[in-house]
Design a protein around this ligand. Structure first.
Ligand code: NAD
Length: 478
């Protein structure tokens, strides 16, 4: 691709271009490539809700990209920028993401064209329930066929309304709660879902920094500890990623970009303090102890070790890609780097940890929640005390040994307390997520490091995931 001769591809085109680069390196049977690429169906719904004395008409979408596995899965986004092209691109990414992390779902995505900040809670509930009603009656929200989750502009609250709407309309469905994920813990949710995508970004970076060849390819050295990070979007994903990286891995969050500009501080920002400031002041402007830049996007181009776009698609594009200095970009958002920018960055040697892997923590923990809902039992409920009883046997034996040896050997002070405690749901969820992120990274890295024709992680990720989708179609006899 030549920057001078091509124009910026749309999000949907970007996903297809990246897909095409990968399938060109594969040996798929004729026709299967096209079958995997196309979006199976997109449903557009327009519905009216009476608000403030008059009827308002809303437009929403639910797109199903691939049904090689069912149910299909993907978030529902509330934003004024939602359109068919966007939901189809996001649905396609969901197919590849689920395959890569071995979550047994096809890909889907939904969106409603509204700015949630324009409505109060009661109005949002009315709109959400009506949108859900339209989707439920067409089985586009259904535990066996199509299971939405939160995305930009939606969260636990919206998922709880949708689940309740489904249960009102399907009173005898014993698995009704599994119709959406990302619900609040007291409404059928799972511990650790809210933090899951940001937590997954952290686990992805930890795994990257265990990969000596990967670190070298990015021109970096050392560990995650001490790395300078810039984050765009301090919403659900960006906040949790930034918080965990600074609190637990010793990273310095030197830049935070939000809707109303960016904060920069070379010695590191206090992520919780910035988040509190945003909640109180509806933006980052005025935050003390940091410089404020009105044109936030410029801070994407600042010097740092790791750049985390965690807000919107298309923010790194052909107009700014050659000025991006970060040697490592992790795509916490979906589609933040356009196909045109991807080409420029690859030529510069920038390593990009691709969205389909980087933000897969959300769907992974959603998968755990769905399984929990279908099994009707909290994770750990059967094993926890039994595990503790077995650990107690070991601790008692060690105590006997310690008593026998006197001062020559004693147990480390907090060993007993730590070892005795059986894992609760949150620990199990984090462990399952960590395992998923490590396994998927290793599958991609093997392709990246061993195939000469694969020079980037995104192509490697597509190869791994398309291979799995193709195998699933083949098993069905297609
Ligand atoms: P969110 O609505 O919680 O947060 C988005 C944040 O971006 C907000 O703080 C918003 O103010 C900020 N923002 C909006 N426009 C901006 C701009 N122009 N510049 C800078 N900041 C801007 O959304 P989220 O759930 O954190 O999702 C963010 C991205 O992560 C999306 O691409 C989404 O598809 C992706 N994602 C989310 C999940 C999830 O579990 N929530 C899972 C996978 C992927």
């Amino acid at each position: 691709m030549n920057k001078a001769t091509i124009s910026e591809p749309s999000f949907r085109e970007s996903v297809d271009l990246m897909f095409n680069r990968a399938v060109a390196l594969m040996d798929l049977p004729p026709g299967l490539e096209e079958k995997i690429r196309v979006c199976n169906a997109t449903y557009t719904v327009r519905f009216g809700v009476r608000l403030r004395g008059q009827i308002h008409t809303f437009t929403g979408y639910r797109s199903v990209h691939s049904e090689h596995m069912e149910p299909v899965k993907g978030g529902i986004r509330y934003s004024t920028a939602v359109n068919q092209n966007e939901v189809e691109a996001l649905a396609a990414l969901m197919t590849y993401k689920c395959a890569l992390v071995e979550a047994p779902f096809g890909g889907s995505k939904g969106g409603l064209c509204i700015d949630p900040r324009d409505y109060d809670v009661h109005e949002l509930e009315q709109i959400t329930r009506r949108f859900a009603y339209e989707l439920i009656k067409r089985d586009m929200i259904n535990p066996a066929q199509n299971v939405p989750a939160p995305d930009m502009g939606t969260g636990e609250r919206e998922m709880a309304w949708m689940a309740d709407q489904y249960q009102r309309m399907n009173t005898t469905d014993i698995n009704g709660r599994a119709c959406v994920t990302g619900k609040p813990p007291n409404g059928g949710g799972i511990a650790g879902r809210v933090e899951a995508t940001g937590r997954g970004v952290q686990y992805a970076l930890r795994e990257f920094f265990r990969d000596a060849d990967g670190i070298k390819k990015a021109g970096l050295s050392g560990k995650l500890d001490g790395k300078k990070v810039i984050v765009q979007g301090l919403g659900n994903v960006g906040y949790h990623a930034a918080k965990f990286l600074s609190d637990e891995d010793g990273c310095q969050i030197v830049g935070i970009i939000e809707r109303d500009g960016a904060l920069f501080c070379d010695t590191g920002l206090d992520v919780d303090a910035v988040r509190d400031w945003i909640v109180k002041h509806d933006g980052i402007k005025g935050f003390p102890d940091a410089s404020h830049q009105a044109d936030g996007a410029v801070v994407l181009e600042e010097t740092c070790d790791i750049l985390i776009p965690a807000a919107l698609e298309g923010v790194i594009n052909m107009s700014n890609a050659d000025r991006i200095k970060a040697p490592l970009i992790i795509e916490a958002a979906n589609g933040p780097v356009t196909a045109g920018a991807d080409e420029i960055l690859r030529q510069k040697g920038t390593v990009i940890i691709p969205d389909m892997y980087a933000n897969a923590g959300g769907v992974t923990v959603s998968y755990f929640e769905w399984v929990k809902n279908l099994s009707h039992i909290r994770f750990g409920r059967m094993q926890r005390r039994q595990e503790e009883a077995r650990h107690e046997l070991v601790v008692n034996e060690l105590q006997r040994l310690s008593d026998h040896l006197g001062d020559a050997w004693t147990m480390t002070p907090d060993f007993k307390q730590k070892y005795l405690r059986g894992a609760d749901e949150l620990e199990l969820v984090r462990s399952g997520l960590d395992d998923t992120m490590r396994t998927a990274y290793q599958a991609m890295a093997e392709v990246w490091h061993t195939r000469e024709d694969v020079t980037d992680l995104r192509t490697a990720a597509y190869l791994v995931s398309i291979d799995k989708v193709a195998a699933s179609y083949r098993a069905k006899g297609l």
